[in-house]
Design a protein around this ligand. Structure first.
Ligand code: NIG
Ligand code: FE
Length: 405
């Protein structure tokens, strides 16, 4: 696509390069340009500048007329491929059952796995494709998608093949993560070691051999997988060239952050429960801390302490965690509102968490995540707005007028 955007009220999130993640004070720095133009050639940001320098070219032109233009969000943690709704579990929670109790009663991740097993690859693709289109409409311009509702080699590979097709047909960058260690299947109820062996020594080699995954993940949590499992999964990932992006500290803290950081994980995600040791490990590491406020809202659990993470100079990303159990929403506009209202981030800090820093959390920082010459022109055009803060301020609304991908 070639297109000239004119009369942009404010162009937001401009960078000259994307070599260093934003942490501490830099997390709150956002470069903007008032009354701007932006020129797209072959889907790439070709140039931008003040309106008085707008080139006089004959090409398709769009008058932005009072709208803001910003890079699309980067959703670095989702489970977008899944069978179907688990709304019944919401009702169970409203009647007093906890997320863990529902899982123990046969709901949760195992429930999703049973449903996914019964679906064909095509059915799974069709449902995921619709969800992806919806996420894009809501402003998502790059996305990471996990497996983890298969829990056996055939179904895990089925999910990853669906992600591969999405990758090849989607207009936005997609990364795939192998999450075999998401929950213990019934058959392995009393033999966790055997299941981890299967994940690391049978599933992973085949998946990596077919190039079906970019990253590896594990749900390291009380009642799911422990530190030994975390270590084995990260080591096995390393052997096959897959960096780790891991679920840690959702309900409890027992050293997983420290171990993941020490082992060079790309990101540690959730972090609702944090100790001083966890902060210390993160501040000495190159690992991106990722908060998932939609999950906190939906399950009514603590929010990731975003303010403290930034104040401790730890780079923060925010993602949706879109999944049928703990976060049935891909709406990063709402996550933006929660990041300000609940994580106590400034609009600028939250914006960087949702764009520039999230791009680092899935290694697409040289393609998307900011307004930079040479990056993909995946852009949000807002509704008429005064400034960036209008997005989190109108938190229940969607300030997106349209998107360009
Ligand atoms: O990130 N916590 C583990 N995995 C997902 C939830 C999966 C599910 O409930 O289906 C999460 O919250
Ligand atoms: Fe998740």
């Amino acid at each position: 696509m070639n297109l000239l955007l004119k009369n942009i009220k404010q162009l937001i999130g401009i960078t000259e390069n994307s070599d260093v993640i934003k942490r501490g004070k830099a997390q709150g720095e956002v470069n903007t340009l008032d009354n701007a133009y932006l020129l797209i050639r072959n889907n790439i940001i070709d140039s931008f500048g003040p309106m008085h320098d707008c080139p006089n070219v004959s090409m398709d032109t769009h008058d932005c007329n009072g709208r803001l233009v910003l890079p699309m969000y980067v959703d670095s943690h989702t489970h977008l491929v899944f069978a179907e709704s688990r709304a019944a579990e919401m009702n169970m929670r409203l009647h007093g059952k906890s997320y863990q109790e529902i899982a123990e009663a046969g709901g949760g991740i195992l429930n999703s796995a049973t449903k996914l097993h019964a679906m064909s690859e095509q059915q799974l693709y069709d449902a995921a494709h619709l969800r992806l289109e919806n996420a894009i409409k809501q402003g998502t311009g790059a996305i990471e998608i996990k497996s983890g509702y298969g829990l056996n080699i055939e179904d895990e590979m089925k999910m990853l093949r669906v992600i591969r097709v999405l990758k090849s047909l989607s207009p936005i960058p997609i990364k795939a993560t192998f999450l075999g260690a998401h929950a213990l299947p019934h058959e392995y109820k009393n033999n966790k070691a055997a299941y981890i062996y299967l994940v690391c020594n049978e599933m992973l080699p085949r998946i990596a051999g077919e190039g079906l995954a970019d990253y590896i993940d594990i749900f390291c949590e009380t009642g799911y997988f422990d530190l030994d499992d975390l270590k084995q999964v990260i080591e096995s990932g390393d052997k096959h060239g897959l960096k780790a992006k891991v679920h840690v500290n959702q309900f409890s803290s027992f050293g997983a952050v420290k171990m993941a950081c020490k082992m060079g994980a790309l990101s540690v995600d959730h972090l609702e429960v944090m100790t001083e040791d966890d902060y210390l490990a993160l501040s000495n590491a190159n690992t991106v801390a990722t908060g998932l406020p939609l999950c906190s809202m939906f399950l009514d659990i603590p929010y990731t302490p975003g303010r403290q993470l930034i104040d401790k100079n730890i780079p923060l990303a925010i993602a949706s965690d879109f999944n049928p159990g703990s976060a049935p929403s891909s709406n990063l506009n709402l996550a933006f509102g929660l990041a300000c209202a609940q994580l106590k981030l400034t609009p600028e800090e939250a914006f960087n968490a949702l764009t520039y820093n999230a791009a680092f959390a899935m290694e697409v920082q040289h393609e998307v995540g900011s307004i930079q010459i040479g990056k993909k022109a995946n852009l949000i055009l807002t509704k008429p707005a005064n400034g960036l803060e209008d997005i989190p301020y109108w938190f229940g609304d969607n300030m997106i007028g349209s998107v360009i991908v």
